[in-house]
Unconditional design. Structure first.
Length: 277
């Protein structure tokens, strides 16, 4: 439980996750019926980009910093939402929980699980008194069995673990399998790091073994993922992608590649069909 997302808030990986998440939720909200979002590894909810953690890595400058400076058309809604939140009096960069919260309509709900006591306390304080948000000091992996299906029964599960422990990609595949079975109408999204190609391909293959029939992967690469010691890219698995996710995700990925690319060999983005189609 040493991971603190404040070091990585606003990084290219966050931008990939958040831009796609914004589109997915907006698409689910095209129908009037309310939705529920389960954020199984919710972090602190929001982060201070001027704080010592973000300062130390400077990752946000190569991520959201670049998008704010010159927002691409395909990311306009996402960047505008982040800018609005950052320009408020107590300006913070939204984590997944605050970003989702800002997208909720009055009948929609958000459920967050977090196991780091410090992050949990920050999350709890941020949403104190908010009747649309439930915060649990609870194991996110266990929550798929304990909290799914949600009420309302439409919605999305976001899985965003720290990838500190070995075998976490296997846990994500297993978690997606459980969530898929228990939340038959839910869209599932899981963020993952790309260091080396082989473990990512094995992860994709394991999703077929869990009998997940409709899975795509949106991947962004800073460079050819050949050095397992570096974060060379990031991906978002989406299970049961909504109608038109393909063209929308491709446009988002192209915009990210254009703005956040560093001109290194093998950099770029791709939308991959993992199963079904
Ligand atoms: C990558 S961060 C989440 C970032 C967050 N989704 C965001 O975008 O702001 C992963 C979080 O998962 C938490 N965590 C680790 N293991 C967990 C578990 N088993 N259940 C719930 N949370 C866990 C960590 O404390 C950390 O805050």
């Amino acid at each position: 439980m040493n991971y603190r997302h404040a070091y990585h808030a606003g990084s290219f990986g966050d931008c990939l996750k958040q831009a796609l998440l914004t589109w997915l939720i907006s698409r689910l909200q095209q129908k009037e019926r309310p939705i529920c979002v389960l954020d199984s590894h919710a972090g602190a909810g929001a982060y201070d980009l001027a704080g010592p953690e973000a300062e130390r890595t400077g990752e946000w400058q190569e991520g959201i910093g670049r998008l704010l400076a010159d927002p691409p058309v395909a990311l306009a809604n996402y960047v505008a939402l982040v800018r609005d939140i950052m320009e408020e009096p107590a300006g913070v960069f939204p984590g997944s929980a605050l970003l989702v919260r800002r997208l909720l309509r009055p009948a929609d709900r958000l459920i967050c699980c977090e196991l780091n006591p410090q992050e949990y306390a920050l999350l709890k304080a941020r949403f104190a008194g908010d009747r649309q948000v439930a915060i649990h000091y609870r194991d996110g992996w266990e929550a798929f069995r304990g909290l799914l299906p949600t009420e309302p029964r439409r919605g999305l599960v976001l899985i965003d673990p720290p990838y500190e422990a070995p075998g976490e990609l296997d846990r994500v595949a297993e978690g997606l399998g459980i969530a898929y079975a228990r939340f038959p109408t839910g869209v599932l999204a899981a963020w993952y790091p790309i260091k080396h190609r082989a473990p990512v391909r094995a992860f994709h293959e394991s999703l077929a073994a869990f009998r997940l029939p409709d899975v795509v992967a949106a991947e962004f690469y800073l460079r050819e993922p050949t050095d397992p010691a570096r974060l060379n890219g990031a991906g978002l698995i989406v299970v049961r992608p909504p109608y038109e996710f393909g063209p929308a995700a491709s446009a988002i990925l192209d915009a990210l590649a254009e703005r956040l690319g560093r001109g290194e060999s093998g950099g770029g983005a791709a939308l991959l069909r993992v199963t079904g189609g």
